[in-house]
Design a binder for this molecule. Structure first.
Ligand code: IMP
Ligand code: MG
Length: 372
């Protein structure tokens, strides 16, 4: 899950699919548990927002039941209005029936008031209200709500049937209104020796970004013999990738240290899909995102030559032995190539020809940078 944009507004991930499904299950079970044994309830969904909730609720409900809908509207944009419009009314006879209202969200309670009004003269046996979400801070009525899935802060949400100006209903998760992202975050990508470090150095100055090189972060931690550093060293000496949890923790700490930055150039991270997912979630919680992945593409034989050259002077033990270098390419090819697809799926992958002079390559990259 990452941030989404609907017309002029940005929303950040708030409630996962799994959590929603657990809440719906819990509501269906609670409603069922309170019903007399052979009672066949009529669920009445309040359109439009309830359509996904009502569908999932009904599938979770064990036992005979019926469903109907009314269509009411009180919201315009992101704020409630006092007049509730009846767009589709109730036309069946519900005399003597147990009616359970299915609402996606109760906010001020204006809509709920209208529901109680509608049922006042319908002679139902019982009227109960089940709402997926509830905003206690803004609820202004003295009306009973029998089942609440989750109480949330007074912030506008979309997804899972809920909309902003008609949009966002199709997302399977819930997103919360956020601010426009302030950062430009770039993932610089490419096999060992592709020139990521060199390019990052130029780009961070051109765009006033912070460069986070996983390698540097590791070497710093190793040099200072931090707990994570010693752990990481064991893996790096073998030419293996450091386990995701260790890497992610180090990187998060680095971002947190520089919370006011204009953005980051991530170099050497993420390297696996689970790292990419962790980065997406981590940034999304801040209302930020990865703007793009820039991948330097260089043929392997050129890379080997470059690395052996660098190994002569850099003192990096993983740069002096060709078989270790090849081992890193294998790691790169098997694990990291998946990332191309991951970012491609989000339309965030940009392949750049990494053969040429440093200036030429910088120019190619900044052309893409300017569009992000
Ligand atoms: P109320 O009448 O103020 O309680 O608002 C209820 C209706 O407003 C819901 O059925 C929704 O259609 C809409 N609504 C309230 N809060 C939100 C929100 O955060 N996102 C999307 N729609 C909302
Ligand atoms: Mg509604």
């Amino acid at each position: 899950m990452s941030i989404i944009k609907l017309q002029d507004l940005y929303f950040k991930p708030f409630i996962s699919r799994e959590k929603i499904s657990a809440i719906v299950k819990y509501l269906a079970k609670s409603v069922k548990a309170d019903l007399p044994k052979d009672e066949v309830p009529v669920f009445v969904g309040i359109l439009n927002g309830c359509f996904l909730f009502a569908a999932d609720f009904m599938r979770e409900f064990e036992g005979d039941c019926e469903i109907s809908f009314v269509k009411l509207a009180s919201y315009e944009g992101t704020s409630t209005t006092d007049n509730v419009k009846h767009l589709v009314g109730l036309n069946e006879d519900l005399t003597g029936r147990t009616v359970i209202i299915l609402e996606d969200i109760i906010d001020t309670g204006t809509t709920l008031q209208e529901i109680y009004n509608i049922f006042r003269d319908k002679n139902v046996k019982q009227l109960k209200i089940a709402t997926l979400f509830f905003k206690p801070e803004v609820f202004r009525k003295e009306l009973p709500i029998d089942y609440i899935g989750l109480s949330i802060d007074d912030k506008f949400i979309v997804g899972y049937g809920l909309d902003y100006n008609g949009l966002g209903r199709n997302y399977p998760e819930i997103y919360q209104l956020s601010t426009k992202p302030k950062m430009k975050n770039i993932v610089l990508f490419g096999p060992p020796g592709a020139g990521k470090g060199t390019q990052a150095e130029f780009l961070k100055n051109m765009y006033n970004l912070l460069h986070i090189s996983t390698g540097d972060v590791f070497r710093f931690n190793i040099k200072n013999e931090t707990k994570l550093g010693l752990l990481a060293k064991k893996y790096m000496d073998e030419g293996d990738l450091v386990p995701d949890e260790v890497t992610i923790e180090m990187l998060k700490a680095e971002v947190e240290k520089n919370a006011d930055a204009n953005g980051f150039i991530f170099d050497g991270f993420p390297r696996t899909q689970s790292q990419a997912e962790a980065l997406d979630i981590f940034l999304a919680e801040k209302g930020e995102q990865v703007n793009g992945m820039i991948a330097l593409e260089v043929p392997e034989d050129i890379l080997v030559t470059r690395l052996l050259e660098r190994g002569k002077t850099s003192g990096r033990t993983d740069d002096t032995d060709e078989s270790k270098i090849r081992n890193r390419f294998n790691e790169y090819n098997t694990k990291t190539a998946i990332l191309k697809d991951y970012f491609d799926d989000q339309n965030k992958y940009y392949g750049i020809n990494g053969v040429g002079s440093v200036e030429e390559i910088t120019q190619r990259i900044s052309k893409v940078f300017d569009t992000l």
